[in-house]
Structure formats: C-alpha cells, structure tokens
Ligand binder design. Structure first.
Ligand SMILES: Cc1ncc(COP(=O)(O)O)c(C=O)c1O
Length: 381
C-alpha cells in the first residue's frame, strides 16, 4: 500500500527514546525544555510551549484569551475542526469563513462582512484564527490589518506549516501566537504533540500555567508533553531540512505528471511563482464536479493507493450545520478534494504510480458515472 503519510524515522529516534527511557525520567523535563528552545529558535520566536497535541495548543490559546460564552471566533470552515470544537466547548461561537478554491485558504475578501454580521447578531467578536491550510500561507498581512481595525486577537493555526516562510518569516509568528501539531501526518512528528509559539512573555506565562494545572494558582489542565516525545521531536527537527527537500522532490514529480491534466486542478501556488518557501503538508488536488471523488478514493485503494478527502467543511458538521450553505467554496473543497500520498520516505516511482493511476481512473475511457439506483429497485431488494 502506498500510504498517505508515514513518519520519517531511523535509528536516531530509537536511540533518543532509549536514552530517555534508560534515564528513568520520562515526564516533561530537560528534553521538553530543549525541544521548546529548538522550536523557538527554528521559528525565530521568543517563547515556545510544548503540549500534547495541536488541539491542546489551541485549547490553551483560547483559554489564555479568556474566551467564554457570548464570544465569537472567526475560523475558516475548510480546516480540521479542532478550533471550532474548542470554541464550541468553551461556550463561544465559531463564525465560519469561506475559503478560496484556488489555494484552499480563507477568503480574506469576506472577512469584514462576516465580522460586521457577527457583531450585528450580538456576538462579541474576540479573535480570528487564520489557518495556513496544508502548510500553504494564507493572506496573513491582510488578516492582520483587518484584525487590527476591529481590535481582534490573531492566533495562527500553523499546525501544518512548520518550515513555511512568508517573506522569509516562519508562518505562525505574525499574530499574538501560533500553534503547531506534531501528529504523524505533519511535517515532523512526536507521535502526538503540539506547540504554541509567541513573542509575548505574558501570553507565554499564561499558556505555561494552563498546561500545568494553572501552577495550582488558577484553573488549568495537564497538557504536558513527555520527555521521550520531545527526544523524538529533537531528532525530527534536526532533519527538518532534509524532510522538506524529500517532500518537495515528490511534489515536483506529481507536478510534472498532473499539471494541466483534464479533470484535476492543482492548488495555484504549485503552478505559479514556485513553492520553495512552502512546506506542503498535504497535497490536495481538486477534481472536477462531474467526478465522484468518493468513487475515486475506493478505486485508488483497489490499486493499493491510500487517498482521502483533504479536510472537512466544519460548517457542515452536525453540531454546526445550518439549513443554508454559508460557505459554498469550503463545501466544494470538502466534496471534490482528493489528498494524495505525500511523505519523505516516498519514492519517485510511487508518486508516478499514484499520479498515473489517478489520471487513468478519471479518463473518460475508464471513468463511468456511478449508476443511479432506482427507488423501485431498492424497495424490491
Ligand atoms: C489545521 C489544523 N489545526 C489543528 C490540528 C490539530 O492537531 P492535532 O491533531 O495535533 O490535535 C490539525 C490536525 O490535523 C490541523 O490540520
């Protein structure tokens, strides 16, 4: 099976974990502190707080902002729904922003309208969470400009974007804080894991306390990373450059074969000005509307190729769904998006097989419209 993702481990991670296990100190300790220093150094940010997942990082950030009932937080719909769930669990309201089908990132042209609407609905709009979707940078400078005008805090969801630079600056370092995920599908992994980066000493202190039971002075959580996870993270971080270049090599192969193919649209940042500053975490392509994406996923699996839909459209999830489709572009991305295998251990031949199988499956010769089953037939069975 050519899998969607695979951690890029070698003996170094195993040795690092063994050393921590042998030391007898496995909880948050020296390795977590070193990992935090290394992430902060890599990103050029003053503080880093390592936690148990990207979701935990978002939870801590929203708690540190004091988000509560009656508050509204702007979140792009087309993204993993961690932020939307947390906002909901804190009793606040996720306000979903639509995306662009060209690069799957938030549509900044709709931002002010959404803020005004939420205010007139009686919500206290407190923050915006721009997501650098799949590692591709969103239009952060425009987001910051609008956020400043409306006095909104900006927490960047850079879960997928470690290594992505915007004008030479790491994604996640533009707002009050940024978060990363170290889930196995991300650029580097610690099994599960996450981190918050910020330049604000005050915000960092709040986050550190929230990670550890409020340091017994206020309410808090246990979101501490273990030292053996951090030891893996340190090795992974030392390989970041080579992981990114191996992934780019695979992306180039996809690009050579898929660019310009009928029925398949690539994100525009791939074909445009070059993508050397983007750490692409998921390569999602958009299939034409007349192609049944789910059928393609099933057929690809028959050829031992794992694919899936790129991300949910959070505004359509049962807890958030309204009767009208408020984010049609996000809905289309969710329905027609196809995420292709992408990881540092993949070979050019594997990428070639994935791309050629996909082209073959959607070509009119191979592709057949799914049969509509007549109601009468169903009843008869
Ligand atoms: C954009 C985004 N934000 C947050 C998360 C949550 O990270 P984690 O799985 O580490 O909780 C993910 C994970 O897929 C993500 O893609």
């Amino acid at each position: 099976m050519i899998s969607l993702a695979k951690p890029f481990f070698d003996e170094k991670e195993k040795e690092a974990v063994s050393r921590v296990l042998d030391s007898g100190w496995i909880m948050q300790g020296k390795h977590v502190a070193d990992f935090e220093t290394s992430i902060a150094g890599q990103c050029g940010s003053r503080h880093c707080i390592a936690v148990t997942s990207g979701t935990a990082a978002l939870h801590i950030c929203f708690m540190a902002l004091g988000i509560r009932q009656g508050d509204g937080i702007i979140i792009p719909s087309f993204a993993w729904p961690s932020a939307a769930n947390i906002v909901h669990l804190l009793g606040a309201m996720p306000i979903f922003l639509d995306s662009k089908t060209s690069d799957y990132n938030l549509n900044v042209n709709l931002l002010e309208r959404i803020i005004e609407q939420a205010k007139s609905d009686g919500l206290r709009v407190k923050a915006i969470l721009p997501v650098h979707q799949f590692g591709a940078p969103c239009e952060i400078s425009k987001v910051l400009e609008i956020a400043a005008k409306h006095n909104l805090k900006v927490i960047e969801d850079s879960a997928c974007a470690l290594g992505t630079k915007i004008d030479g600056q790491q994604a996640g370092t533009f707002g009050l804080a940024g978060i990363f995920s170290f889930h196995p599908r991300k650029i580097i992994t610690t099994g599960e894991g996450g981190a918050i980066i910020t330049d604000s000493v005050e915000f960092a202190e709040k986050c550190r306390a929230l990670r550890n039971h409020g340091n017994l002075r206020s309410a808090g959580l246990n979101y501490r990373m273990t030292d053996f996870q951090a030891a893996i993270g340190l090795v992974q971080l030392s390989k970041l450059k080579s992981i990114l270049s191996k992934r780019k090599y695979i992306i180039e192969t996809y690009l050579e074969i898929l660019d310009g193919q009928d029925g398949i649209t690539l994100p525009e940042y791939l074909s445009n000005s070059g993508h050397s500053a983007i750490a692409i975490q998921t390569l999602m392509v958009l299939l034409d509307k007349d192609i049944d994406r789910d059928k393609i996923i099933t057929r690809m699996a028959e050829f031992k190729i794992e694919t899936n839909s790129g991300a949910p459209a959070a505004h359509q999830l049962p807890i958030f769904a309204k009767t009208s489709d408020t984010c049609p572009a996000a809905s289309e991305l969710h329905k027609q998006g196809l995420a292709l295998p992408l990881h540092a251990a993949m070979t050019k031949e594997e990428a070639r097989k994935v791309a050629e199988t996909l082209i073959d499956l959607i070509s009119p010769k191979t592709y057949q419209e799914p049969q509509t089953v007549e109601l009468e037939t169903c009843l008869a069975e």
